[in-house]
Design a protein around this ligand. Structure first.
Ligand SMILES: C[S@@+](CC[C@H](N)C(=O)[O-])C[C@H]1O[C@@H](n2cnc3c(N)ncnc32)[C@H](O)[C@@H]1O
Ligand SMILES: [Zn+2]
Length: 355
């Protein structure tokens, strides 16, 4: 067991990202936890209650408690490492005096509590789908739900059967599969929420290789869900969300992807709130964290709200031309260094830009 420091928290854990490690801790997810701290700190009211269903070492929940100051009640749960969470709470005792804390070791799939929470966190190994019911049952109105997934093979089109089994959707391996994964995950969480009469607004996402995380806010609006299909050409980069049997650019057959979420991937209003809080040094992050958070959120806040991005490499290889330069495109995406979004169809884009 080693002793670590991250943000304003010190804790015992093992620096191993293996399932067999006694206490899971992945130092590579620091940016994700920074983002989590900023989101809670800038979007949640004081005296909130929180529940972390997969605490691992407890680092995430502890940082949320200590660095945001938003919680008066916080429950930590982990089927395997509740003992170490207790120990880590003790190591930070002085900073937690005002919080009513609880540590349990239940299976998150059957987690029950006598009360509901303003913030619930699902951060499992693999797919979150088995735990959505427990979490949604306990989510308060206007509450925030955070959902991670590491089953990216299923979500991003490499394991299609697994995707259908767990998410009830068809995914596809494409140049923009990470976006498909996020949209399928959002769709699944929204469907489950609807079964609990909860309507969710996607607030923010984070993609890091084999890790996806989406934040939702429970809202009361009853507008129509933007859930449906997308159609990707089997031969060229063209795709669209209007139903088509043959590609409108080259006439080839298309793959139908979905169902998936077709609405905005994040809430601009909330991301801008997060950016202003960051600019006011609230919460107080180290300079390197501020830079990374500010860069990510600034880029995100400028993204076009359209379905899927194209990449320069995909288009160049389709046109058999040398790789295009990203500098020619203003609507970039945080999802790929070579990715950009366009408002027009693929054929209009080619006609307008590359001839
Ligand atoms: C990815 S880690 C959590 C990491 C932590 N949230 C963080 O940010 O460092 C997943 C944790 O889930 C726990 N776990 C696995 N299956 C579980 C289940 N069914 N119920 C509750 N905890 C579970 C594991 O012991 C492990 O600590
Ligand atoms: Zn085509």
């Amino acid at each position: 067991m080693d002793f670590f420091k991250e943000g304003k928290v010190k804790f015992f854990a093992e620096d191993k990202q293996l399932k067999k490690a006694e206490v899971f801790f992945n130092p590579k997810r620091k940016f994700d936890r920074d983002l989590n701290v900023l989101l809670v700190s800038s979007l949640m009211p004081e005296n909130s209650s929180g529940l972390e269903l997969f605490s691992g070492s407890g680092v995430r929940g502890l940082r949320l408690c200590i660095e945001t100051g938003k919680f008066s009640v916080f429950s930590f749960n982990d089927i395997k490492s509740s003992g170490i969470v207790e120990k880590n709470l003790e190591a930070n005792r002085g900073k937690l005096l005002k919080i009513d804390k609880k540590v349990t070791g239940f299976d998150a799939a059957s987690f029950e509590a006598g009360k509901k929470y303003d913030y619930i966190d699902i951060d499992p190994f693999g797919s979150p789908v088995f735990y959505l019911n427990s979490a949604l049952k306990l989510l308060k109105k206007n509450g925030i739900l955070a959902v991670s997934a590491t089953d990216t093979a299923a979500l991003m089109g490499s394991a299609q059967k697994a995707c259908m089994r767990k998410y009830g959707s068809v995914s596809l391996k494409t140049a923009y599969s990470n976006e498909l994964g996020i949209r399928i995950l959002i769709k699944k969480v929204m469907e489950e929420a609807a079964a609990h009469s909860i309507k969710l607004l996607p607030l923010l996402f984070n993609f890091e290789g084999n890790f996806l995380r989406v934040y939702f806010k429970s809202i009361s609006s009853n507008g129509k869900e933007k859930i449906g299909y997308a159609y990707q050409c089997s031969k060229c980069p063209s795709r669209q969300i209007k139903e088509e049997i043959k590609c409108s650019y080259c006439g080839s057959n298309v793959h139908r992807i979905g169902k998936l979420w077709l609405g905005p991937l994040y809430s601009k209003k909330h991301v801008i709130k997060m950016l202003s809080a960051l600019n006011e040094n609230n919460p107080d992050f180290a300079a390197d964290s501020v830079l990374k958070l500010s860069d990510y959120l600034t880029r995100l806040s400028k993204e076009l709200d359209v379905f899927s991005y194209y990449t320069t490499s995909q288009i160049s290889s389709f046109l058999k031309q040398p790789e295009l330069s990203m500098s020619g495109f203003k609507d970039k995406t945080v999802l790929s260094p070579k990715g950009f979004r366009i408002k027009e169809s693929f054929s209009d884009f080619l006609n307008n830009n590359l001839k």
